[in-house]
Write a protein that binds this ligand. Sequence first.
Ligand SMILES: Cc1cc2nc3c(=O)[nH]c(=O)nc-3n(C[C@H](O)[C@H](O)[C@H](O)COP(=O)(O)OP(=O)(O)OC[C@H]3O[C@@H](n4cnc5c(N)ncnc54)[C@H](O)[C@@H]3O)c2cc1C
Length: 360
Amino acid sequence: MTDFDIIVIGGGPAGCYAGLTAAAKGCRVAIFEEHRAIGWPRHDPGWLMESTFAKSIIDSVGSRVPWSKVNEYRVSHAESGDPIENSSRGGYVVRRDLLEKEIAASAIKAGAVLFLQTEVTKLVRSEGRVEKVETNSRVLPKATGQIFICADGIRSAGSGFAAQESLCEKAGPRPGISYLLANADVSAGVIDHFLSSDPTLNYKTFFTHQKGLCYLSFPTSEAFHELKNRSDNAVSRKIREAYPLEISGYASVTSGKYAEYFKNMVRDNILFVGDASGGAGNIHGMIQGQFAGTVAASAIKEHDLSEARLSEYQDLIAGTLGKAPFFYFSAREDFGAFDEWFRQVEDASKGMEATELAYF
Ligand SMILES: Cc1cc2nc3c(=O)[nH]c(=O)nc-3n(C[C@H](O)[C@H](O)[C@H](O)COP(=O)(O)OP(=O)(O)OC[C@H]3O[C@@H](n4cnc5c(N)ncnc54)[C@H](O)[C@@H]3O)c2cc1C
C-alpha cells in the first residue's frame, strides 16, 4: 500500500491539471490513468475556447505543441451553405494529445507520480470517508489518500464514480468516431459549423488545424462514407476529396445535459472535475482542475478535510464558470448565439491563467 495526500482518478486534461496544481503546491499526488498513454486514444479535436486560460496555455507550451489560432467561428446552413452567424472569438485548435502530455509532464516535474495502465476499480470507505482506492494493477493494487479528485470523464455518469456516488442521473454512453481528414475544403484559421434539421448534417463541425486538415466526427464510419458520397449539401462538398489520416473513437452521453451541471461536485472527501462533474470542455475542465487542486492542497495544509471545507471548490465554480458552462449543443438556445456564449465564457473565466503550466 502506498500513501498519498491526493489521489487523482483519470489522466485527461481535468485530472492532469488538478494533479499539476496540487503537486505544485507541495502535495504528494498520484494520478491513475487506465490507458497506456496520456492523450491517447485522443478524446477530441483540441479546440480551446477563447479565454485568458487558453492564451496562457499557448504562451507556455505553444512552442512544443502544434496549434493554430482560430480567427473565425462560422455557423452556416448545412444544405445551402448560407451564413447564420459568425464570431471572431474562435480560440485555438491544438494537438490535444500532445497538450495533455505537456500537462502530465509538468505534473511529474512538480512531483506527482503517474501510474499508467492502472484503472481505479473501487473507492474504499471507512467511517463515511474514502480512505483508499483499489486498482486493477499488480504493481499498485491499493493506495491511500486524504483527498480524492475524480476525473474519470464522461464514463463517470454511466459505470463510473459520479453514478456510483449518486451525483447524477445515470446516463448511457453513445459511441462515435472522429476523423482527422486531409484534403478537405477547409481554410486555416476557420472553424466551420453547420446546422440542419437533418440529424446526419446537424452540428457537423470542421475543427481546422491547417489548410485542408481538420477533424470531423460521426456516429459511425458508415455515416462518414454516406455523407462523403452525397452532393446535396455544403458538408458533403467540403469532404468530397478528403481522406482520413487518423480515426479515433469517442464516447458521449445520451443527453446533452446529462447531469445537474456544476450543481453537486463534492461528496465527502471527493472532488469531481471535468466531465465527471457533469461538465464538458477542455478549458472548463482544466480550470476546474486548477480550482480543485488549489482547494485540496490548502485543505490538507490546514488539516481540514471536511466536506464543508472542500465545498469551497464548488463555490469557486459557481461564481465563475458556473455562469457560462460548456453546453455546446444548446449554446444557441441558452445564450442566443455562439458569439454571445463565447463572450460569456471569456467573462466568466476572466483573469484565470494556466500559471502552473508556465512555471514548469
Ligand atoms: C466528439 C467530441 C468532440 C469534442 N470536442 C471538443 C473540443 O474541441 N473542445 C473542447 O473543449 N471540448 C470538446 N469536447 C469535450 C471534451 O472532449 C471533454 O469535455 C474533455 O475531454 C473532458 O476532459 P476530462 O479530463 O474531464 O475527461 P477525459 O478527457 O474523458 O479524461 C478522463 C480520463 O480518465 C480515464 N479514466 C476513466 N475512468 C478511469 C478509472 N476508473 N481509472 C483510471 N483512469 C480512468 C480515461 O481513460 C481518460 O483518460 C468534445 C467531446 C466529444 C465527444
